[in-house]
Design a protein around this ligand. Structure first.
Ligand code: NAD
Ligand code: MG
Length: 411
């Protein structure tokens, strides 16, 4: 007999994005089990309005007052009772509502930090897609999870895979951060974490032509369909660099315990290697609905809407070493994690500014990592003792990066 369960209230931060839409797709297959309480977007009011019409959330948030006013009257005219709120403060409010048990953190970039932390402080079940917030606030984020009793489930496909490959009791400790019961990777018999990455669209492009690639070419990922920022990050492999830092924080791993392996098919989403020689891998389609369904259902399994994986059709699995010359961001990320202090904040901020400048065709593709390298070299690293320090470091690195972009700007 099916166990009676309470309906779980869900807020989706960034519901109009790629992860947001995949989350809605999974949720719509499980009506009765989840209740959509709040949906949020930066400025895409047309898509948010469509989502309001379909899912009738109690709250919707847009970042600008003007856009929210317009949406409010549209919602009213349609006879829908959704309360439309505006501004960054409202994002934090809907992440912390009493009636919300679960928050999907799917805003892109550093803008996701405060709303995600608001959900953490309120002790919610956090489905973490917004890797930038963890890269920025690292130890402070993990301490806040432990203190508030929040539950942290990685949605990034690699980290979700690693989580799935942990021993069952370690998953419980990992999600709940219960320090007293937590074991180190060594105590769990884990030799290393193998973080896989496809290598993106330019894995085999001659290095000499990378200078001239366009934003559309960089966003055309061979396996995954994603937002533009993470698509460019995948093309530079800065995404893997950010994920390397993310893995160190999520699984209490030393940088030397995480290895990046290229796997162009994106079928193995990452692996955990144990001291007895066993390598446990999680496989699946390159579709975020699987990790999203895993996070929503955990510790149960729920359907994601995807067909079963046809391994015969996949044929072969191929692995290779990453090319650190082609992808300098991999070394910069490892350096930042090892350097500690505010290095990861600086790395993330410079990357965001540089990616935006590349997408706006102000700098070339190869200038992205050049900007990051330059800013890391020029930054005075400090100890990020609290979130205000994190935000100040983020702002100052963005300023340095913007100055470098101006120097490198294409004519
Ligand atoms: P996206 O660009 O498709 O969507 C971003 C969402 O964030 C949108 O809803 C947008 O309105 C909102 N947003 C953007 N700027 C905002 C701001 N300043 N304030 C409030 N809201 C804002 O991005 P995505 O691909 O869905 O990625 C979202 C996050 O998930 C990123 O951190 C990304 O690294 C991570 N992630 C994505 C994928 C993927 O397959 N797309 C996989 C793993 C991790
Ligand atoms: Mg990923």
């Amino acid at each position: 007999m099916q166990e009676e369960r309470e309906c779980l209230g869900v807020t989706i931060l960034g519901s109009t994005g790629s992860i947001g839409e995949s989350t809605l797709d999974v949720l719509s297959r499980h009506e009765g089990r989840y209740q959509i309480v709040a949906l949020t977007a930066n400025s895409n009011s047309a898509k948010l309005f469509e989502q309001i019409q379909r899912y009738k959330p109690k709250y919707a948030v847009l970042c600008s007052d003007a856009a929210a006013n317009e949406l409010r009257s549209q919602v009213k005219s349609a006879g829908i009772s959704t309360d439309v709120l505006a501004g960054a403060g409202a994002l934090c409010e809907v992440a912390a509502l009493d009636e919300v048990g679960c928050v999907m953190a799917a805003i892109v970039g550093g803008a996701g930090l405060l709303p995600t932390l608001a959900a953490v402080h309120a002790g919610k079940k956090i489905l973490l897609a917004n890797k930038e917030s963890l890269v920025m606030s690292g130890g402070l984020f993990m301490e806040a999870v432990e203190k508030s009793g929040a539950e942290l489930l990685p949605i990034d496909s690699e980290h979700n895979a690693i989580f799935q490959c942990l021993p069952a009791q370690a998953q419980e400790f990992s999600a709940k951060r219960s320090r007293s019961q937590r074991k180190t990777l060594d105590q769990l018999g884990i030799a290393r974490i193998l973080l896989t990455g496809s290598g993106g669209p330019f894995r085999q492009t001659p290095i000499s032509s990378l200078d001239n690639v366009t934003p559309d070419q960089a966003c055309a990922h061979p396996n995954w369909s994603m937002g533009r920022k993470i698509s460019v990050d995948s093309a530079t492999m800065m995404n893997k660099g950010l994920e390397f830092i993310e893995a160190c924080w999520l699984f209490d791993a030393k940088p030397s315990q995480v290895e990046i392996v290229l796997h162009p098919q994106s079928v193995v989403h990452s692996m955990v290697e144990y001291i007895d020689g066993s390598v446990i891998a999680q496989m699946g389609h390159p579709d975020m609905r699987t990790p999203i369904a895993y996070g929503l259902g955990w510790p149960d399994r729920i359907a994601s809407g995807l067909p079963l994986l046809d391994l015969v059709k996949v044929g072969g699995l191929h692995f290779e070493e990453p090319d650190f010359v082609r992808f300098p961001g991999l070394k910069l990320s490892r350096w930042a994690m090892e350097a500690g202090k505010s290095a990861s904040i600086v790395l993330n901020a410079a990357n965001e500014v540089a990616v935006e400048a590349f997408l706006n065709e102000r700098i070339s593709f190869t200038a992205i990592t050049e900007v990051i390298d330059h800013v890391l070299q020029g930054a005075d690293l400090v100890n990020p003792v609290d979130i205000d320090t994190v935000l100040a470091e983020d702002r100052s690195a963005r300023g340095l990066a913007e100055r470098r972009v101006i120097q490198l700007a294409l004519n």
